[in-house]
Design a protein around this ligand. Structure first.
Ligand code: MN
Ligand code: MN
Length: 474
C-alpha cells in the first residue's frame, strides 16, 4: 500500500472535528454573510421575549402564515401560528403525512437573562432617583454595573390599555446604568467573592438627579422622573404595579473580530436558535413530508414555569386544536400518537470552549467555535442528573440528516464532568415519548450582557434545522 492510500484509510476509521471554514464552498461563505445580516436585525429588534415574539409574528405574517383562529379545517401546506399571551409562539406548516405520524419540532426560547423592575420600584437616595429591581435568570451580577442599559416593557392600565416603553436604543435617547464603587474605596468589596461583590438587592438603576421645579416638594427628584414618564407615556407611579419592565444592555449587536467572523450581542441565548428555527420554517420551499413546527417559548431561564413556559399545557392544547381541525372528528388517541411520534430538536445554545478558561472544559467533548451546529446528547449535572439523554438511535438519524445535507456539525457536552451543568426544555417535551435532542449554537460568555457566537455556527444551525424539517425519516 502506498502512503496516500494509508492516509485515506486512516481518515475513514478515525474521527476528527475540523474548523468549518476549511471545508465550506464560496457559495456557503456568501450564505453565512447574508444570514448574519438578517440575524443582526432580528437580534437588535428583539431585546425581550415580547419583542422577539412580535418580530417573529411580523416575519410569519409576511410569509403568509395565518392565526389558528382563522382556520375552519387544516390540510397539507397550511401555515398556522398561535400566540400565548404575546410571549410564547407556536408556528406550524402542515405536512403531507397525517398528524398522527408526528411532527418535526424545533423548540427554542426567547427569554434571556436580564434585570426586571420591581412592582413598587421608584425611590430617592443621594439626591438621585433610582428604580429597584429583581434580576431574572442566571446572571453574574458584577457584569451588569457601569454599562449602558435600556428600558423595555409594558405598562397595562386597569382598563386594559397597553403602553409600550422603549428607551435607550436610539442614539438620541438617554441610557440608564447601575453604579459600582471606585477601586480607591473598594477594599471591602475586593475582599469578597465575585458572587457577593455586587448584591442582587443593589442592582438598582439610576434614572435621574434633577429636582422638580416646585416649592417644598417632597422627593422632588423622584417627582421629576414621574413627570417625565407622565408627559411621554401618560403613566403614573401606581402603573408600575401592573407593568413588566425589563432592563437590558443598550447596544445593538455587532460584527466582531478583525475578520468579522463573529457576532457580539445581548440575548443570543436563545434568540440565535429562535431566529435560526424561524428562518428554517419560513424557508421550507415545498410542503414538508411531516408537519413542521417551531416553538418560541418564554420562561426557560427560570425553569420553564408559568403559563407561557414550556411546562404549561400550551403546546399540548394547540396540538389538540391542530388535530381537531385536521381530522373530521377530534380523537385524543390521535393527539397522543402525534406527540409520541414527533421528533424534536431542542434548539438551545451550548458553551463554546474558552481558551481563557480551559479548566472548565474537556476539550474533545466541548463545542469549538466554527466547528458547526452543536448536538448535545445529554445536559444535566453531576452524573447527568436532570438530563434528557437522547437515544443513540435518534442521534444516528440526526447524523444521517446533517451529513446528507452537508451540515458542519459537532457534538458537545456543557463543560467538564462535575464543574456545573444546565438544562433546556428538552425533558419537558420528552415526557410525551417523542425523540428529543439538544441542538444549537455554541456561545462564549453565555448569560453575560454581551454574548459571542461564530457566524458559521449560526448559519449551520439554520441549515441543519431546515434539513431536519425537510427530512422524510428514510
Ligand atoms: Mn438557553
Ligand atoms: Mn440560558
Amino acid at each position: 500500500m502506498n502512503k496516500k492510500k494509508t492516509t485515506k484509510k486512516m481518515e475513514a476509521i478515525t474521527y476528527t472535528r475540523k474548523n468549518g471554514y476549511t471545508k465550506i464552498s464560496p457559495a456557503t461563505l456568501k450564505n453565512i454573510e447574508n444570514f448574519s445580516k438578517t440575524y443582526l436585525t432580528y437580534l437588535g429588534d428583539s431585546k425581550t421575549e415580547r419583542e422577539a415574539h412580535d418580530e417573529a409574528v411580523k416575519l410569519l405574517d409576511k410569509a403568509g402564515f395565518k392565526n389558528l383562529a382563522d382556520f375552519k379545517s387544516l390540510k397539507a401546506g397550511d401555515k398556522v401560528y398561535k400566540s400565548c399571551d404575546g410571549k410564547t409562539l407556536m408556528a406550524v406548516v402542515i405536512g403531507k403525512q397525517p398528524l398522527e405520524k408526528g411532527m418535526h419540532i424545533l423548540g427554542a426560547h426567547t427569554d434571556s437573562p436580564r434585570i426586571d423592575i420591581k412592582q413598587n420600584p421608584l425611590y430617592e437616595a443621594g439626591d438621585m432617583a433610582l428604580l429597584d429591581t429583581h434580576y431574572y435568570g442566571g446572571i453574574k451580577k458584577y457584569q451588569w454595573v457601569t454599562i449602558p442599559l435600556a428600558i423595555h416593557g409594558v405598562f397595562i392600565k386597569p382598563n386594559g390599555k397597553k403602553i409600550t416603553i422603549n428607551i435607550g436604543e436610539n442614539p438620541n435617547e438617554p441610557v440608564l446604568c447601575i453604579s459600582d464603587i471606585l477601586p480607591h474605596l473598594a477594599q471591602d468589596q475586593m475582599g469578597k467573592s465575585m458572587a457577593k461583590g455586587i448584591e442582587g438587592e443593589n442592582l438598582d438603576i439610576i434614572v435621574g438627579s434633577i429636582p422638580v421645579n416646585e416649592k417644598n416638594k417632597k422627593e422632588a427628584i423622584k417627582h421629576n422622573v414621574l413627570k417625565i414618564l407622565n408627559k411621554k407615556y401618560g403613566i403614573v407611579e401606581e402603573d408600575f404595579l401592573s407593568a413588566e419592565i425589563e432592563i437590558v444592555p443598550a447596544a445593538r449587536p455587532r460584527h466582531a473580530g478583525l475578520d468579522e467572523s463573529m457576532i457580539l450581542g445581548y440575548g443570543q441565548d436563545d434568540r440565535v436558535c429562535a431566529y435560526a428555527s424561524l428562518e428554517a420554517l419560513l424557508n421550507l420551499k415545498q410542503v414538508p413530508h411531516y408537519t413542521s413546527c417551531v416553538l418560541l417559548c418564554d420562561k426557560e431561564e427560570i425553569g420553564s414555569v408559568g403559563a407561557t413556559g414550556m411546562a404549561s399545557n400550551f403546546f399540548e392544547n394547540v396540538s389538540s386544536e391542530l388535530v381537531n381541525l385536521a381530522y373530521p372528528q377530534y380523537n385524543e388517541l390521535i393527539l397522543k400518537r402525534m406527540l409520541n411520534n414527533s421528533w424534536m430538536l431542542s434548539a438551545d445554545v451550548n458553551a463554546l470552549f474558552d481558551p481563557l478558561f480551559p479548566g472548565a472544559f474537556e476539550k474533545k467533548n466541548a463545542a469549538i467555535i466554527n466547528h458547526g451546529l452543536c448536538v448535545t446528547k445529554f445536559t444535566g449535572s453531576r452524573g447527568k442528573a436532570g438530563a434528557n439523554d437522547a437515544n443513540a438511535e435518534f442521534v444516528a438519524h440526526i447524523r444521517r440528516i446533517f451529513d446528507k445535507a452537508d451540515i458542519v456539525w459537532q457534538t458537545a457536552e456543557l463543560g467538564k464532568v462535575d464543574v456545573g451543568g444546565g438544562g433546556t426544555i428538552a425533558h419537558l417535551m420528552a415526557r410525551y415519548g417523542m425523540n428529543v435532542i439538544d441542538c444549537g449554537v455554541g456561545l462564549l460568555s453565555m448569560h453575560a450582557p454581551m454574548e459571542l457566537a461564530g457566524k458559521l455556527d449560526i448559519y449551520m444551525a439554520y441549515a441543519g434545522y431546515l434539513a431536519f424539517l425537510k427530512d422524510t425519516r428514510k
